[in-house]
Design a protein around this ligand. Sequence first.
Ligand SMILES: Cc1cc2nc3c(=O)[nH]c(=O)nc-3n(C[C@H](O)[C@H](O)[C@H](O)COP(=O)(O)O)c2cc1C
Length: 340
Amino acid sequence: MNTMTPDRGVLRAAVALACRAPSAYNAQPWRWRADHDALHLHADRSRSLRSADPGDRELLLGCGATLHHMTTALAVLGWNTAVHRLPSSADPDHLAAIRFTGRRAPGEYDDAVLAAIDARATDRRPYSGRPAPPGSLAAMAAVAREHGAEAWVVVGEHRDVLTAAFAAAAAIQSGDDAYRAELAAWTGRGIHARDGIPEVSAPSSGLRYGEMVMRDFGAPARLHRRWASPEELGQLVVVGTVADDRSSRLRAGEAVSAALLTAELHGLAASPLSQALEVPRTRDVVRWEVLDGKGFPQLVLRVGVRPAGSLPPLVTPRRPVAEVFEQTVGEPVGVRDTRG
Ligand SMILES: Cc1cc2nc3c(=O)[nH]c(=O)nc-3n(C[C@H](O)[C@H](O)[C@H](O)COP(=O)(O)O)c2cc1C
C-alpha cells in the first residue's frame, strides 16, 4: 500500500469491523486481501452451506454484508472508497475491489456508527409486542434502496402467507438428513468457537410465534421461552431485488447490512430469517404471493422493540483477523472502472 492508502493498522482495524457482519450460520464465508492500491473481497467457498444454500445465494448475501461493513468502517476510519463489484470475469470468487479515493473528514455520527457495528447482534428472543416506529422502518427501507434493493414491510394476509411459507420450509428441511447434519455442525458451539452459532444465541428448540416457526437450532428450552405471541415476533420485512443474479445478491447483502445497522442505530432488535427462501418451492411462494412478483426475495428481517429492561443480545464470535486477511505485494490491480 502507498501513502494514499491506509496503513496496515487501519486496514486490520477495518477488517475486524467488517467481519462483524452477519452471515448465515455465522460461517463468515469471506477473505480479505490488500495489495498496494486496493482491498479485495473474495468468497471463501470452503465455508459454503452446501445443503441449506447449494447455490451460494446466502454466501453472497453474507459477503455483501461484510462489503458494506467494510466501506462503512473505512469511512469512519477516515477513508473514502470506490467499489468495483465482481471485477474479474476470470475469477468469480473475486467479489469486489475497493480503491481509496481520498481522505474523509470525521462525520457527526461516526462514533454512533462504530458503536452500532460493535453492538449489533441477531436477537432471536421474543420482542415486546410494541411495533417498531414507522419512521425507523422507513429509514431501513431507504438505506436498502440506496444499496440497490427494496425492503417491504409485510402485513395482513401477506404476512400470513409468509409465516405459512416458513412453517412449510421448516417441515421440509426437518426431514432432510443432510440439512440437519450441516445445521448441527454449525450450531451449539461453546464460548471458545470462532464461528458458528453459540448455544446461548439460539432460540429454544421448537420456538414458535403463533404460526411462525423459528429455525430449530436444537437449543434447550431452558434458555428462552418456547411459546410466544405473533405480536412478539415483531414486524417482518422482506429484502428483495429486481433481478436474481450474483451482483443483485451481493448488493442485497449490502442492503441487509445497511438496514440492520440502521435498526441498531434506532435502538431496535432485529434478526435475519431465511428458511422460507432456502426451499425453492416456498421461495416461489414468497416471490409471487407475498411480493406479488415485484422482486426476488433475498432475506427476511424480523424487526421489533426489545422488552423494557432487557439486555441487548450477546455479540457472537468471529475468526481472528489474521485468518481472514492477507496483505500481498504485487502489480497494481488496475481497477479503473468503478461503475460496478
Ligand atoms: C443470509 C443470512 C441468513 C440468515 N438466516 C438466519 C436464519 O434463518 N435464522 C436465524 O436465526 N438467523 C439467521 N441469520 C443470522 C445469522 O445466523 C447471524 O448473522 C450469525 O450467526 C452471526 O451472528 P450475529 O448476527 O449476531 O453477528 C442469517 C444471516 C444471514 C446473513
